[in-house]
Design a protein. Structure first.
Length: 271
């Protein structure tokens, strides 16, 4: 099912062209990364896809009914407590308060931010605000989720948390995101669009075969496992764990394990 299609679309703001000759199709369920240098038009393309921008030229068709959008910069001075804010945003979808409260607590558990539900958003860290922004978008039960630089400013552990959460939705919704970091591109995207000067210069529609490594290690204590970012961790026995990591990050993970006094039992490729 095609949920977005643009043919020769362009966008001008105050007479200045920010997007030119955009021809693009997006199907339901795709996971698309939009990459490019700062000022290349990544965010503008994301807004065109979501209907935040309407085209000035060309043709654009959208079939989706619900869109969740998470901007790069969360508003700084929101005085609402997080739960109040999420309820307010969620009610726009027409859901009852009881239904929303149940979902808010489920997402807060997934994103490990339950302790911040009654904290004013203006007092929360960038990472916590980012998670609140993603939760408000998910409360809409979107058909397409748009994320503008979702990893910017997040610490390494939080970046992996976000990847793990988004990965759980990969079969349910279309996700389109702008990013520089290889973690999200390699770990989530099955299509990569490169933008320069407001134009699409490359569109890799081939499925990206994500390469992972499995690391089995003996650790002095379980707390060490929580300090090492990974895609997945399994406790095998006593103090033996198996970690799944992206190929490009395996050397860094091995170094961190060894620095913490762990013993590497096995390292192998994992499909």
């Amino acid at each position: 099912m095609i949920i977005f299609e643009a043919v020769g679309a362009g966008k001008k703001i105050d007479g200045v062209s920010i997007l030119n000759d955009i021809s693009l199709r997006i199907s339901l369920g795709e996971k698309i990364a939009i990459t490019g240098h700062n000022g290349s038009g990544k965010s503008s393309l994301l807004k065109l896809i979501g209907g935040i921008y309407e085209s000035s030229t060309g043709q654009v068709k959208r079939a989706m009914s619900k869109t969740g959008y998470v901007p790069e910069h969360f508003p700084e001075n929101i005085r609402f407590k997080m739960q109040e804010y999420l309820l307010l945003m969620g009610k726009m979808s027409g859901k009852s308060e009881s239904e929303l409260m149940e979902k808010i607590h489920i997402y807060a558990e997934i994103f490990t931010i339950k302790e911040f539900l009654n904290v004013p958003l203006k007092n929360c860290s960038k990472g916590t605000k980012q998670k609140a922004g993603i939760i408000q978008a998910l409360l809409m039960d979107p058909q397409i989720l748009l994320l503008d630089e979702p990893l910017t400013g997040l610490d390494e552990g939080t970046q992996y948390e976000l990847l793990n959460v988004l990965d759980t939705y990969k079969k349910e919704i279309t996700i389109v995101f702008t990013a520089h970091e290889s973690l999200l591109i390699d770990g989530l995207a099955d299509r990569v669009i490169t933008v320069a000067n407001g134009r699409i210069i490359e569109d890799d529609k081939k499925e990206i075969k994500k390469k992972y490594k499995s690391i089995k290690a003996i650790i002095p204590n379980q707390s060490i496992a929580l300090e090492i970012p990974s895609i997945q961790i399994h406790n095998l026995e006593a103090n033996t764990i198996e970690m799944t990591v992206l190929n490009d990050h395996s050397d860094d993970v091995l170094t961190k394990l060894l620095q913490r006094g762990c013993s590497i039992v096995e390292l192998k490729e994992k499909r």
